[in-house]
Design a protein. Structure first.
Length: 343
């Protein structure tokens, strides 16, 4: 069966940010008429104007193929990586930038990688004194997958160097990519031995690297969102009620995760059963408070143009934007994008 057709049928998507990075790499390689390549791949260039849009993975794959044909450069994956930055990884890059250590950033990339794209999976493994980051494409049988996999591993290296500089240097790299005409370009880029034509795509680092602090990590935006959340919740829940306390705890624990009832009850110093009973006496439930808190915050965040819908999904504790889209449509009857357009 044709692999592109299979990828398209699966409904897989890739972020606009990854696609924009690929377009930038093409321009860096001297390809000026990128709109023509986008259209040939089945991508409307106007889709790249809105960060919350998603690109069909099969179209993205075709764009990679067209890029390799246009540049005729087997080092193009490295050009892509050099054009990448934390924003290229969408939500995952945003969280990585605000992680305390490289180890936290690596784990965040594994958890939130689908925000950047669904063309493959990064998996993290730790063995003794080493940590390995492996990329497994969804369709390894496609020839272009070796190119994409190399590009994304190289971009991962660039992300780490954005965060902590040259300290983010691997011990070894294995690539499925056939040996290129100038393999030294790859060893110079990775700054370590690179093996080509391997069974998997993996980059290995010394385990000690995990403890390196990210010097420019900033939680200012997250702190600002917490402060706004407190004001919104207090305005909706006047008085010193348990509902207000639960909503406040939920709001300050949402970012990147959904706080469960057990953790909220523990913070309040009561049992889950008592929490349930006391909320019922106030004519509500934990799930109702959670949904209402998320809904109120979503309406406020969507009025702030500097926040992408992916950012908002993270701030509301959704692990991927699609879950936020479904929840918001249930609450408001329209999508987050439609609500924002009305504003």
């Amino acid at each position: 069966m044709d692999t592109t057709h299979t990828a398209s049928d699966s409904g897989l998507e890739v972020s606009v940010s990854i696609t924009q990075t690929l377009v930038q790499a093409l321009r860096q390689s001297g390809i000026e008429h990128t709109d023509g390549l986008l259209l040939k791949a089945g991508i409307d260039p106007s889709q790249l104007q809105r960060p919350e849009n998603r690109i069909d993975f099969a179209c993205q794959e075709r764009l990679w193929q067209l890029a390799m044909e246009a540049t005729r450069d087997d080092s193009f994956p490295l050009t892509f990586a050099r054009q990448s930055q934390p924003a290229s990884f969408n939500l995952a890059g945003y969280i990585a930038m605000n992680s305390r250590t490289i180890g936290d950033a690596i784990d965040a990339m594994e958890v939130y990688q689908r925000s950047a794209g669904e063309g493959g999976v990064f998996t993290i493994s730790r063995h003794g004194q080493h940590i390995a980051i492996e990329y497994q494409p969804v369709n390894p049988e496609a020839a272009i997958s070796t190119v994409r996999s190399c590009a994304l591993l190289a971009a991962n290296l660039m992300l780490g160097r954005w965060l902590v500089g040259p300290a983010y240097t691997p011990n070894t790299v294995e690539l499925c990519l056939p040996k290129p005409a100038r393999p030294e370009n790859f060893t110079d880029f990775f700054q370590c031995p690179v093996q080509f034509g391997q069974a998997k795509n993996v980059i290995r680092f010394p385990r000690a690297l995990e403890s390196i602090a990210i010097p420019h990590a900033s939680l200012e935006l997250l702190s600002l969102m917490q402060q706004r959340a407190e004001k919104i919740i207090q305005a909706r829940n006047p008085g010193n009620t348990l509902t207000l306390k639960v909503a406040s705890l939920i709001a300050t624990s949402l970012q990147g995760q959904e706080p469960d009832r057990a953790s909220v009850a523990e913070k309040l110093g009561i049992s889950q059963r008592t929490l349930q009973r006391r909320l019922a006496s106030e004519q509500t439930s934990y799930q109702e408070v959670l949904d209402q808190t998320r809904n109120d915050l979503a309406l406020d965040y969507l009025r702030q143009p500097q926040l992408t819908i992916t950012d908002i999904a993270y701030l509301l504790g959704f692990t991927e934007p699609s879950a936020f889209y479904r929840a918001f449509k249930k609450w408001q009857g329209i999508t987050p994008g439609q609500y924002r357009d009305k504003q």
